[in-house]
Design a protein around this ligand. Sequence first.
Ligand code: ADP
Length: 544
Amino acid sequence: MVLASWELLWWCLNHAPASYVNLMTPNSTINERTRSSLELLYSISRELAAQLDLRELLQRILQLTLQAVGSAAGSILVIDESGQASEGAIAFEGKVHDHSMEQLRDTYEHGLAGWVVENRQAVLIEDTRKDKRWLRKPEEQDFEPGSAISVPLLAGEHVVGVLTLVRRQAGLFSQDDLALATAIADQAGIAVRNAQLFEETQSARQRYASLFEDNVDSILISDLEGNVTDANKRAESFLGYTIEQIGQLSVFSIHQPDDGQVPGDLTQLDPSQAISYDGLVRDSRGRMLPVEVHVKRMAIGAGSFIQWILRDISERLELAELRTDMTSMIFHDLRSPLGNIISSLEVLQSSFDDDDETIQSVLSIASRSSRRASRLVESLLDLDRLETNRAVLNKTEASIGALIAEAVDEIHPTAEARGQFLRMNLAPSLPAVSMDVDMIRRVLINLLENAVKYTSAGDHIDVSAELVDDQLEVSVRDNGPGISENDRDRIFDKFFRLSGESRPKGLGLGLAFCRLAVEAHGGRIWVDSEEGRGSTFKFTLPPS
Ligand code: ADP
């Protein structure tokens, strides 16, 4: 930081004797002493401005001040933003010595330095023995200072340190010495602040650099046109390019961002927003690799850049695929034994005497339970296929009325056992609709099972079907606990369940299957509900 010319003038006017300083008159001459002080300050300010290493800067400030004021010993102390003494230097007989920060902290906490910081004021002590602010130290017996000057190092509003000079005898410092030390301290304060800021910036840079370089994810930095300006080591190995090659690339040549989320014009990217999505990136061999992308606009220096974090998710996807394959394998393997059990039970039921009520009732419980298990397996298999668009619908023209009757028949024994009443209300002349009968039957049974499950004994459950705007609309109404507005959409998500002690247990898969099945038919499913008064689940099927 170079001393501004007005500061030099101010210093001269204030500190040199008025009789020989008259800078305002053209013919005036500057007294020799003032000129040499000016030159001294100028050279000190230049030298300090060039020094950004805090330790070296402190030593230099101390040496220069000792030389300028003509003192043999002194110290300098830096105070950090939290008000703690963080760094310092001690000089004795004109040379900077090793010191312990403990020594310096002691004078800061109990001696003159602390007083100077607290009062933000320079001080000249004529006789240290007569001033309580001077801290006597037993270890200083061989050099016991007689007089001292101590000045705060100021950077704007902040006291960033204290500079103290001492002499062996009392009364050896003059007001001129104090003024000169103060003028140097003003320069030094700014230089110390600059060095502190430089150190902070350096360590922040180093932290970012190591985070960037050693990150387990690939990171690309691009300008706002998408040209890559930097990349880390992981990006090199993941993409198979050298750093130089990556530097020639445009992000868009290896990755097409998610259109809906990342604006085509990157200047439109909001700096406060971090965008994440799954996508693909092309490596040097042309392979498309799955990645989780995090995009963020950031300022580096005066420029604006985009940070692209590309997390390799191929392993995650492989595992998910493996899990899906295993799940479908298990379901497939359950499917045929269950089918065998159901058909065997049917044979048994028809071969036993109809009048034997006990046997018939046991057989019908066994057969209902196995049909239920089979429906669950079928729906889980469908859920899997519908989610990945692999489902093949086996559509035929069918009457929704007949299907509702079958579903009601299936649920009737359970509802009856719970003292609930199932009612059907079908509008006349409903048209046949093209549908996968088995799938829609399972949707109906699912909705009815839920209604039975979530409704108390003695309540009514109504199933109806009618034509609304050319669409077939089917509804299942109960007067159970209802569903809050917040949850009405979420209950159709996979594994979503409403919590609550009193709620019956379940997997949270039934409604997810219903939604996928109805949507695969081009229809829509939703719930109307009033909390505490019941729910009406509705779905539509488009006309054939
Ligand atoms: P499950 O019943 O196995 O938990 P579903 O996907 O069928 O899974 O239902 C999801 C959630 O929706 C249930 O946990 C339940 O809280 C709520 N729900 C479904 N049907 C009803 C209903 N008729 N009345 C009240 N809540 C219901």
